[in-house]
Design a protein around this ligand. Sequence first.
Ligand SMILES: Cc1cc2nc3c(=O)[nH]c(=O)nc-3n(C[C@H](O)[C@H](O)[C@H](O)COP(=O)(O)OP(=O)(O)OC[C@H]3O[C@@H](n4cnc5c(N)ncnc54)[C@H](O)[C@@H]3O)c2cc1C
Length: 428
Amino acid sequence: VTERREVVVVGAGPAGLAAAIALREAGVGDVLVLEREREAGGIPRHADHTGFGLRDLRRVLSGPAYARRYAELAERAGAEIRTRAQVTGWAEPAASGTAAPAADASDGPGSLEVTSPAGRARIEARAVVLATGCRERPRPARLVPGARPPGVMTTAMLQQLVYLEHARLGGTALVAGAEHVSFSAVLTLAHAGARVAALVTEHPRHQTLAAVRWGARLRHGAPLVTGAEVTAIHGRRRVEGVDLRDLRGGAIRRVACDLVVFSAGWVPDNELAAMAGTALDPASRSPVVDAALRTTRPGLFAAGNVLHGAEPADAAALGGRHVAGPVSRWLAEGDWPARRVPIACEPPLLWAAPAAIEPGAGPPPRGRIVLRAARFHRPARLAARQDGRVLWRGRRTRIVPGRSMSIPAGWTRAVDPAGGGVSIGIEA
Ligand SMILES: Cc1cc2nc3c(=O)[nH]c(=O)nc-3n(C[C@H](O)[C@H](O)[C@H](O)COP(=O)(O)OP(=O)(O)OC[C@H]3O[C@@H](n4cnc5c(N)ncnc54)[C@H](O)[C@@H]3O)c2cc1C
């Protein structure tokens, strides 16, 4: 039996819940949010420190309080939240027999396969919003050789263990990464009774705010090792140490530790987008959307950190809020752009979000295009060009890997919809 719904949001993190609230506020009668975890709220549920909600809720909350607030607001707005419901893929359409729904479906993006304690179900919706977030690359994806003892995890896994399961850890931990989230791992480790042997980054400097780095140094004594990478993990029954390779000279040294936390190195949770056959950006692996957060599949939208791993929660939530207007328009009018102009970034810039321009799409979330760089770069002038024509120029002083910078989006109105791709790069 197929359940028929108007809008299904996949993922009850800040983006999905904010989308559901805004959809209900916009008058959409039937909004179902599917969440695979036991509770709604997404990553903030287990990020038990302050720093959430400034730009969207206009207050600063702890992660769990922020998550609870969004879940309450979504329920109060009249959205249905179904937890322990994992979307596993798209139902095969009877006619074509392919895994993805028909590309020209004008009545919706297809049916979702959902697994929950009640069994397997098929849910068809006129619009689907993917708000599945992103995750840190775990050790296997980083191809770190050596033994496979327990005690190797990502920050999100660490925080689930400490804040949801109340584990005490003790011992000494090595944190691979020096982005914002890596320093969040330092706080969590301190809370769980573990000492930090070092934060290790391949880059020449940390990538967080100076106050955050110095706070970690002064309060938790966490030293920073730059220009190095973890090349092996040692220990059989438990972690005993790691090898760090100096990227400048190649020297390898052993650091004793009982835990290894791989932080940052974000990958979007893009499986459902990929299975739907939507275009993925070659650099970010996120679904390519325009400013209206429309993927290349009619009726399929995406919002939040599945588009930009990892922005703060309030940015994800504002993206979720933004998608409600375009979804409502799609429900009312059924129009989907046939063509859009892709945005490509030139090194050292990596990717842009949104990664495509459709001149009728209106402004993107927060009126900005988010850019990410692969490495540090001195202050520089950036330019956006189409077919040799400069559409925008502007200087950016802080070009930091793992941390977004944003540029205004007004110039996208001047993009020629019939022209070639737009490129954004650093001017010599
Ligand atoms: C350790 C850590 C610390 C952080 N600290 C801060 C901070 O201090 N301040 C801040 O603003 N931000 C912080 N962030 C970032 C913040 O958590 C994210 O920006 C935010 O959670 C992104 O929201 P989202 O809705 O896009 O994704 P998520 O919060 O990741 O939510 C996605 C949801 O989708 C669900 N899902 C995925 N796939 C499926 C599926 N197939 N079926 C059903 N459900 C699915 C997931 O279970 C999840 O609940 C931190 C992140 C981490 C990892």
